[in-house]
Design a protein around this ligand. Structure first.
Ligand code: 2NL
Length: 358
């Protein structure tokens, strides 16, 4: 009996998969299994023999059943373990980089500039890019014979055959937005107008479409002194360092007096550095709004006065980030701009916003 027990326990322990284990079970405890046959033989024994053999066989049957159950469970565990190993997935792997859109550098700079003027109480105004010649020229005291109205600088829209009204133009500055805003809301006012403007010009420093930001402040006592303070405050905030300015007398049809404004700079290793130094860079035009312009916008020049200025966004973006060629802004591939510190180009911008994205 103990040989029987030992040999079956060994076969159970040696079964390496569930199918083999089932074969062992049938061979021991199935209808014609060895242990089952032995139990059938109990009937032929004498009562004395049966008294010892019966309980021994029952105990053996229970023990083998328990051993079969335990072996089956451990084989199932091992099989699961194997499966888990083969089906393992590395969740720590970085995802493939997502090609996402980013904010264009010009838009980033526009927002930066707008935010600085907003802190000084300027509201943003926007308007159409296709303008009438009244809003683009006449209202700004630019007479019909002025060179700025010449065919070579201005993009004219064509009229239908037989329509003899003056043609619409692509606005050559954002001033018409300020005229429209003055007309609609009157004085006092403090606004800035960023946007696209168009001139027929194309070389290393000019593109036919570029970006401008103009400012306008009208009240009863606004002076050139306010203009100088506002501009120095702006340059210092924008360039992150104290910036000195120089006002040079100039001429624009829409301002009187007029001034061109330079910022102080130095040249280090062929690169311009804004703030101080022995050089000056022209960055904007400005002046006191001409009485004719106030009148054209329906504002009484005997009651109101103020300053206006205009600057190229592309140009001040180039100055801050050391970008050599204006045309680079309008290439389709902007990845090179990462070299100039446009960090948000590295950050995916997700529709609806993502924390941390600019
Ligand atoms: C320049 C010159 C300037 C203005 C723009 C302006 C607007 C109104 C009335 C009067 Cl509504 N002036 N704008 C004034 C002076 C200069 O821009 O060289 N910009 C790049």
């Amino acid at each position: 009996m103990s040989d029987l027990r030992a040999s079956w326990l060994e076969r159970i322990g040696g079964a390496s998969d569930e199918a083999t284990l089932e074969e062992v079970r049938v061979a021991a405890l199935g209808k014609k299994g060895e242990v089952s046959l032995k139990m059938r033989e109990l009937g032929k024994m004498t009562p004395e023999e049966r008294q010892t053999a019966g309980p021994a066989l029952n105990a053996l049957k229970d023990e083998l059943n328990a051993a079969l159950g335990a072996r089956k469970a451990s084989l199932a565990d091992a099989a699961l373990e194997e499966r888990l190993k083969s089906e393992w997935l590395d969740m720590s792997l970085s995802p493939r980089p997502v090609r996402a859109g980013t904010i264009h550098p010009i838009s980033q700079v526009t927002e930066e500039v707008t935010a600085i003027f907003a802190d000084m109480g300027f509201a943003v105004a926007e308007g159409p890019q296709i303008e009438t010649d009244w809003y683009n020229f006449d209202a700004l005291n630019i007479p019909g014979h002025h060179p700025a109205r010449a065919e070579m600088d201005t993009f004219y829209m064509s009229r239908k055959e037989g329509d003899n009204r003056p043609p619409h133009v692509l606005r050559t500055h954002t001033s018409p937005v300020q005229i429209r805003s003055l007309e609609a809301s009157g004085a006092p006012t403090r606004i800035i107008c960023p946007g696209r403007v168009y001139r027929a010009d194309y070389d290393q420093t000019h593109t036919p479409m570029f970006h401008q930001i103009e400012g306008l402040a009208i009240d009863s006592d606004i002076s050139m002194a306010n203009l100088k303070w506002v501009l120095e405050e702006f340059f210092t905030a924008y360039f992150g360092t104290k910036v000195n300015t120089r006002f040079r007398a100039s001429h624009f049809p829409f301002t009187e007096p007029s001034a061109e404004v330079d910022i102080q700079c130095s040249w280090v290793d062929g690169q311009v550095r804004v703030g101080e130094g022995d050089g000056w860079l022209e960055v904007l035009g400005s002046g006191m709004v001409h009485p004719n312009v106030l009148r054209a916008a329906g504002v009484d020049p005997d009651e109101w006065q103020g300053f206006a200025f205009g600057m190229g966004i592309d140009r001040i973006a180039m100055l801050k980030y050391g970008i050599p060629d204006l045309r680079a802004f309008f290439d389709s591939d902007l990845r090179w701009l990462r070299n100039y510190g446009f960090a948000s180009l590295d950050m995916p911008t997700v529709h609806g916003g993502m924390s941390g994205a600019a």
